[in-house]
Design a binder for this molecule. Structure first.
Ligand SMILES: [Zn+2]
Length: 345
């Protein structure tokens, strides 16, 4: 089995090949899409065999301009090698890929989280020979606070605003972060209102009864019916944008709304000021540094390849801790071969 980067992340076995999270529309015989974030899927889905979860398939079909020739599989096997998906805990529908072959066992995490957020099954690390792991927050300065504690503190702040008839705008990416916010805060009011981009994705998930979706009113509908003026104890969910953004300035000027930004990057102290928001809450759908280390320790692999974000720094940290780790970057093509005695069927 070898792992290398050639525009896309490739894993080659003796008689099979799979590419992971290819963002171009080029044909490959077998593609795995870990989740439906735009930096993990192409606009045009190639006519080929695709391993992905049913939720990601639905989202991919929603976002893609074409997908007609594609065949989707939730499980896949070829020449005695099995390709199995496991929850990766990142966003709705996200999965890691576990490849079991006579050449060994490989785990590709995609974007990953082991935190329990209450509506998503967290990633469960498992022993493997090779681990390909994301490293978005793979630097020791990225440590997030306890999830349930920061959620309950933030919930109190929001509750106080709503009790004083001050509405709030909760901002996070409409796919991923938004579902975390709905799950955590929607019981604070009967007036859960969504910006159009949140509303569309929420409706899609709600139509399939997927956890993390909630009944909500669209912002357009709320404006037309003057709901926002009648009552002030509403929550508006919107994409993450600066307080200087025209829409956010309007929300502040017209409704005295307070702006909350939810992002892992809020752990850097100047983020809140840079974003010109009232509150910056450091929660993320990615693992922080300690969690990435924990995943590596529990998987206990012979080789680790780091991808995305701080991948060079994270590989160096792993090497310092005695792991055989390499950054899988565009400049480097690395190959890994399993030892015969490590082979499993
Ligand atoms: Zn992602």
């Amino acid at each position: 089995m070898k792992v290398y980067l050639s525009n896309v992340i490739c894993v080659d076995g003796k008689d099979w090949k799979v590419v992971c999270d290819s963002t171009n529309s080029k044909f490959y015989p077998l593609i795995f899409y870990s989740h439906a974030h735009s930096d993990h899927i192409p606009r045009k889905i190639p006519s080929t065999e695709i391993i992905t979860s049913s939720t990601t398939e639905m989202l991919v079909k929603h976002f893609a301009s074409s997908f007609e020739g594609a065949s989707f599989f939730q499980e896949y096997s070829m020449n005695g090698t099995s390709f199995v998906q496991k929850p990766s805990g990142h966003i709705v529908g996200s999965t890691a890929l576990v490849i079991n072959s006579s050449e060994g066992k490989l785990v590709y995490t995609g974007d990953v989280s082991i935190r329990d957020k209450g509506f998503l099954e967290p990633f469960k690390p498992e022993k493997c020979d090779t681990l390909i792991i994301e490293s978005t927050f793979g630097s020791p300065n990225y440590e997030f606070p306890n999830y349930s504690q920061i959620i309950s503190e933030t919930k109190e702040e929001i509750r106080k605003y709503l009790e004083d008839d001050i509405p709030v705008v909760l901002m996070g990416y409409p796919l991923g972060k938004a579902q975390m916010l709905y799950h955590a805060f929607s019981d604070l009011t009967d007036l859960n209102i969504m910006h159009e981009s949140n509303f569309k994705i929420n409706n899609l998930l709600l139509s399939r009864n997927i956890k993390g979706s909630i009944p909500a009113i669209s912002y357009q509908n709320a404006e037309e019916k003057k709901i926002l003026e009648e009552k002030k104890n509403w929550i508006l969910y919107a994409p993450l944008r600066s307080g200087r953004n025209e829409f956010n300035m309007y929300m502040r000027n017209k409704y005295d709304a307070k702006l909350f930004a939810f992002s892992g990057w809020c752990i850097s102290s100047n983020y809140k000021f840079r974003m010109n928001v009232d509150h910056g809450i450091p929660i993320s759908d990615h693992a922080d540094f300690s969690e990435l280390i924990e995943i590596c320790e529990k998987c206990d692999p012979d080789s680790i390849y780091t991808i995305y974000g701080s991948n060079i720094k994270f590989a160096a940290e792993l090497q310092r801790r005695g792991f055989n780790a390499y950054p899988l970057s565009k400049q480097t093509i690395l190959e890994s071969y399993f030892h015969k005695d490590k082979a499993r069927s």
